[in-house]
Design a binder for this molecule. Structure first.
Ligand SMILES: NC(=O)c1ccc[n+]([C@@H]2O[C@H](COP(=O)([O-])OP(=O)(O)OC[C@H]3O[C@@H](n4cnc5c(N)ncnc54)[C@H](O)[C@@H]3O)[C@@H](O)[C@H]2O)c1
Length: 253
């Protein structure tokens, strides 16, 4: 865990919904927002993991099993969150999946699954959250990736999904710019989480191609990315809208 000199309380009285809260960046973001005084709805398809994160936080958190790729599941979860907490101030869409594959070997099912979770899931969560965020003047922070900024080898579906999240974010930011909702995205790269460890090099891959997506600065920790989510979702970022913030050790510069 990174040490901070003092923890600001930017989320006192705020209700924050975090998807992917069972693991990695989502878990770290849920913990960080709670540390800053927020109440947190921890959503994940891995309901047990979401429960663990909520239990770690304590009284101001509640867990919800939710598959972001499933319209009914998203509708029910957002309604439950607003029913339990009474309002919604920030939605952090962090749930995601990915896997390297040779494009010619990749199945349509695998393509559909990655697009469904990363892109359609983000859309569904935004759509369900927006009516509640309009009431609070709230905001959304989505998760793109360096793979939504530059081409990444053996990652056709993942790149397409994250490039989609980037433009979805900007489309929503501009659509709601006159109604008080901000929509931004974080684009991480090289964060030490289970997701990156499970990407798996495809057999016969040209390892030299991975130089482009490796930073000489090494790995980043999920808590460092959580700090960026916490900033963008807070009132300190009032004038930041439609922005994509890379946190990738410079690999896209
Ligand atoms: N780790 C990195 O280097 C990196 C880089 C760029 C982008 N990202 C993105 O960051 C986000 C978080 O990834 P992470 O690295 O923390 O991975 P992670 O595997 O640790 O966490 C992802 C979480 O999403 C949940 N999830 C998966 N499918 C879901 C679904 N259908 N509905 C609800 N929850 C679901 C998982 O159960 C898991 O808890 C993802 O969107 C990922 O694409 C990660």
């Amino acid at each position: 865990m990174l040490r901070r000199m003092s923890t600001p309380q930017r989320y006192a009285d705020k209700i924050v919904l975090v998807t992917g809260a069972a693991s990695g960046i989502g878990r770290a973001t849920a913990l960080r927002v709670a540390e800053e005084g927020g109440s947190v709805a921890c959503l994940d398809v891995a309901a047990d993991g979401a429960e663990k994160t909520a239990a770690e936080i304590g009284g101001r958190a509640k867990a919800y099993g939710c598959n972001v790729a499933d319209e009914d599941s998203v509708t029910a979860a957002v309604a439950a969150v607003v029913g339990d907490f009474g309002r919604l101030d920030v939605t952090c869409n962090i749930a995601g999946i990915g896997k390297f594959a040779h494009t010619v070997d990749a199945s349509k099912d695998e393509w559909d699954r990655i697009i469904a979770v990363n892109l359609t899931g983000t859309f569904l969560m935004c759509r369900a959250s927006i009516p509640h965020l309009l009431e609070t003047g709230g905001n959304i922070v989505n998760t793109a990736s360096t793979a939504g900024v530059i081409g990444q080898p053996y990652s056709a579906a993942y790149c397409a999904s994250k490039g989609g999240v980037r433009l979805l974010t900007q489309a929503l930011a501009w659509e709601f710019v006159d109604r008080g909702i901000r929509v931004n995205a974080v684009a991480p790269g090289g964060v030490q989480t289970p997701l990156i460890q499970n990407f798996g090099f495809p057999e016969g891959a040209n390892l030299k191609l991975f130089d482009k997506i490796t930073s000489p600065m090494g790995w980043c920790q999920p808590e460092e990315v959580a700090g960026l989510f916490a900033y963008l979702g807070s009132d300190e970022a009032r004038y930041i809208n439609g922005a994509l913030f890379t946190i990738d050790g410079g690999m896209t510069c």
